[in-house]
Design a protein around this ligand. Structure first.
Ligand code: GDP
Ligand code: MG
Length: 603
């Protein structure tokens, strides 16, 4: 029976451990992709420009391979589902894991276990996946696959008998990996005769065909012409095509059967209506319940977005651009706001800082929208004196007078690094209001540090600091861990004595004054000189905690009298003049985008 010959799996790896290279190799070995195509387009599964530039996999893709087991001559269908590798996309990772029965856990044998390795294993175990460890890069002189495997046995409790030593780059161990998949990844369960339940594990927007949903058929089957509905909102559609990823999209005339992975299009207009995690069923003979785990997207980081073009057109154009944008990325949320300093804009919700950067870049590239983003912040829970609780995503909306308590989101952070950097890391987390949960020794020279700390401390430049303080040898991952009351205050920044709401941030009382001062100083360095003096203040309530000023240009004096400082600033000005400036006129002062970014950079 067909279903018994299907194997659905994914590849989990810490960034750069070789996921894409191994995927390419599997496609090549099973001849799913012609060699010349691969040679031209290495890393087949990451097909968005931005992704390749950033070296990360943002969108999940899938590939179907035909594999004839050389030992028995039996034919198998192997469906590889690609998973996004970054913490920003945690929910998407977990949905794609719900679509498979097994995982190749790729670990660089010269690097050993990293923070994402452990986070991935956690997810895989939660989803009940069979884990096949792949010790990759054994061609490297520094590779110690036996030692790393022992580490994985000790720390993760992995079954060492399933492990494969491999070099994705040189094609070593690939046949063994394919055989392990056939032997140890269970075929999909589910019943072909049951009502349709199809899990949407990804969806994307195609300009010609509307939304393409990537689905795993868990029960029943689905074909062109079927009337289906989404179980989260009961919206009905007629299926206009189903098909497979070979990995090119190929339409099929028959049904996608139980256990199969493929795509479906049905004239859905927005990816929000075929959301990741939702269940599709047929209108006639509906399934009685949705598959578990559907969660409405909840942004974790908010920032205000303003068009750099401050004419009325800028705002209207941005509104159109954002509406179009969310057809293809439903994890972005937006609603109009008015800022007295920055004008008309939108309050936007993002999955994380990386998502925020990507949105800003895509708006620029795909829509020609030059936008400025205010300082990002997390979502606070506020209890008023009258006992009501509500969530606040804009620091400017916090009214200190009526508030009994502010709670902030917490996170658990997992850091792995060589022991030599323990002191430097402890120093880093000490300034981040953290409490240690655990300290483990992984092997002779590496440690794992587990901390609990406010999410706001992580969305700042924490990750880059971990890398800097460990000279790139450290890695980290984090997950959300509830809300906690804390003594928080709002710090305001004023330019020429008027408060700029896009700069406001929430900070713990113990750190508010020092961070306010440090920010005022950084702004002094970043804001270009004007024809007049620019005054910068940091305030908590009515109290001024820092005061800086930027001297004006003086036309009657030659530039060299200013020494090195002015040339540096002129260079900066020139750089800002070139290309996209992302400057915003606030009152009479021009502010560069960078000024807003500096708010979250705390060291
Ligand atoms: P990903 O981030 O997990 O997708 O990792 P990539 O597949 O992009 O690989 C990261 C880097 O490691 C690339 O420069 C690859 O060429 C390299 N790489 C991947 N597999 C191997 C291997 O088996 N041996 C060696 N020496 N390098 C490898
Ligand atoms: Mg990759």
């Amino acid at each position: 029976e067909q279903q018994q010959r299907i194997r659905n799996f994914c590849i989990l790896a810490h960034v750069d451990h070789g996921k894409s290279t191994l995927a390419d190799r599997l496609l090549q070995t099973t001849k799913a992709v012609r060699e010349d195509v691969l040679a031209r387009q290495a890393q087949f599964l990451d097909d968005m420009d931005l992704e390749r530039e950033r070296g990360i996999t943002i969108k999940l893709r899938s590939a179907r391979m035909n594999y004839t087991d050389p030992r028995t001559g039996e034919a198998f269908i192997l469906n590889l589902i690609d998973t996004p590798g970054h913490v920003d996309f945690g929910y998407e990772v977990s949905r794609s894991l719900a679509a498979v029965e097994g995982a190749l856990l790729v670990v660089d044998a010269s690097q050993g276990i990293q923070a994402q390795t452990l986070a991935n294993v956690d997810l895989a175990l939660k989803n009940g996946l069979e884990i096949i460890p792949v010790l990759n890069k054994i061609d490297l002189p520094g590779a110690q696959p036996e030692k790393v495997l022992q580490q994985m046995v000790d720390v993760i409790g992995i079954d060492p008998t399933l492990a494969v030593f491999a070099s994705a780059k040189q094609g070593v161990g690939i046949d063994e990996i394919l055989n392990r998949i056939v032997d140890f990844v269970p075929p999909p369960g589910g019943a072909e005769t049951a009502p349709l339940q199809a899990l949407v594990f990804d969806s994307y927007y195609d300009v010609y065909r509307g939304v393409i949903a990537l689905i795993r058929v868990v029960n029943g089957k689905v074909r062109k012409g079927d009337r289906i509905k989404m179980m989260s909102n009961n919206k009905e559609y007629v299926v206009d095509a189903v098909g497979l990823f070979t990995p090119a999209q190929v339409e099929i005339s028959g049904a996608l059967g139980t256990g199969e992975v493929g795509f479906l299009s049905a004239n859905v207009k927005s990816v929000g209506d075929a959301a990741v995690g939702d269940t599709m069923t047929t209108v006639n003979n509906s399934a009685s319940c949705a598959l578990p785990g559907y969660r409405k997207n909840k942004p974790v980081v908010f920032a205000s977005m303003f068009p750099c073009d401050s004419s009325g057109d800028g705002f209207a154009n941005l509104q159109v651009a954002l509406s179009k944008f969310t057809l293809s990325d439903s994890s972005l949320t937006f609603e109009p706001i008015f800022s007295s300093a920055l004008g008309n804009g939108f309050r936007c919700g993002f999955n994380g800082l990386l998502h925020m950067d990507i949105v800003q870049e895509r708006l620029d590239r795909e829509f020609g929208m030059d936008v400025l983003l205010s300082a990002p912040n997390v979502v606070y829970r506020v209890r008023t004196r009258s006992g009501d609780e509500h969530m606040i995503s804009n620091p400017s909306d916090i009214d200190p007078a009526g508030i009994a308590e502010i709670q902030e989101p917490m996170a658990k952070v997992d850091i792995i690094a060589p022991q030599a950097y323990q002191g430097a890391l402890e120093d880093l987390v000490r300034n981040r209001r953290s409490t240690m949960i655990d300290l483990q020794f992984l092997d002779g020279n590496r440690i794992r540090m587990l901390y609990r700390m406010p999410l706001s401390e992580i969305i700042s430049d924490f990750h880059s600091n971990v890398l800097a303080r460990t000279k790139g040898y450290g890695s980290m991952d984090f997950c959300m861990d509830g809300y906690e009351a804390s003594e928080l205050v709002r710090v305001d920044i004023a330019l020429q004595s008027s408060i700029i709401d896009g700069f406001a941030f929430i900070e713990h009382v113990d750190f508010a004054a020092s961070r306010g001062r440090a920010l005022a100083q950084r702004l002094k360095d970043i804001i270009p000189r004007h024809m007049f003096k620019v005054a910068i203040q940091a305030k908590i309530g009515a109290k001024v905690i820092a005061s800086e000023s930027i001297a004006p240009f003086r036309k009657d004096v030659t530039a060299k009298c200013y020494g090195g400082d002015i040339t540096r600033k002129q260079k900066l000005l020139k750089k800002q003049a070139a290309g996209k400036k992302r400057m915003k006129l606030v009152g009479t002062v021009s502010l560069p985008q960078e000024a807003f970014r500096k708010i979250i950079a705390s060291d």
